[in-house]
Design a protein around this ligand. Structure first.
Ligand SMILES: [Mn+2]
Length: 248
């Protein structure tokens, strides 16, 4: 069986205003930090050219809000286009939700004169689980879902879990709160959405789960110590709760 090379990233939050309390950045600092946050797509492209993945998995929160500047969306699309023919899968999160009138809505893009999503990109657009095959790899599938609004989702996405497809590489993309996550943005209060436990994730039986929503790198282990999946974390710190090393 040929190995499958994955490239996973999420929680870029491009377009973040960086005006949060406690930061007190000068305008010069703020614009420099915004440049770093907004360059996440280009960094993904650079990494992709290095590792030559079979598939790119992006489990949500690529932009910070639906009113981020359309120029940032254009940058994103140009990068995804440049990634072709590598297939890219996106599972929209609670910030880049796939509701009508947003950047995942083709009619909205046409009305604004913005480019459509490139053909190598697959976006999950329903809140129900869906499974797609990975182009160029008949031994791999991706199962994902979308947030359709920024509202907190109290439902448990893995109770019951989606059916595990029979493919040797059955990948899962999930945007939500691992209850045992211990990072500085641990799932409490407003951060807790689409909650799930380590046991639920391991029990779902997928080969790998690409997790999004929390901003620290964290691997989720099965009872036997093997990795069931991970949060890549956000590539750029945007506040005092996102200090320390970044993973992409
Ligand atoms: Mn999120």
């Amino acid at each position: 069986m040929a190995p499958l090379v994955l490239l996973q990233s999420s929680d870029w939050h491009v377009g973040s205003p960086l005006t949060g309390r406690g930061l007190g950045l000068t305008e010069e600092f703020r614009s420099k930090r915004r440049e770093e946050v907004d360059a996440a797509p280009e960094r993904l492209l650079a990494v992709s050219r290095e590792v030559r993945p079979d598939v790119v998995l992006l489990p949500g929160d690529l932009w910070d809000a639906e009113n981020v500047p359309p120029t940032l969306f254009r940058r994103l699309v140009e990068v995804f286009d440049a990634l072709a023919p590598v297939p890219v899968f996106i599972a929209p999160g609670n910030h880049d939700f796939a509701g009508p009138g947003g950047f995942f809505d083709e009619a909205f893009l046409a009305a604004l004169g913005l480019p459509s999503w490139p053909g190598n990109v697959t976006v999950f657009r329903t809140s129900a689980w869906e499974t797609r095959s990975v182009p160029g790899r008949d031994d791999a599938t991706v199962t994902g879902r979308a947030f359709l609004s920024p509202l907190l989702d109290a439902g448990r996405p893995l109770d019951p879990p989606p059916a595990r497809p029979p493919a040797p590489f059955a990948l899962l993309m999930l945007h939500g709160s691992l209850e045992s996550y211990r990072g500085p943005d641990a799932p409490s209060g407003a951060k807790r959405t689409a909650p799930f436990s380590r046991e639920e994730l391991a029990g779902a039986g997928f080969s790998w789960a690409a997790l999004g929503h929390h901003h620290g790198f964290e691997v989720v282990e099965r009872p036997d110590g093997s990795a069931a999946g991970a949060y890549s974390g956000s590539p750029t710190g945007r506040g005092l709760d996102e200090t320390g090393p970044r993973t992409s």
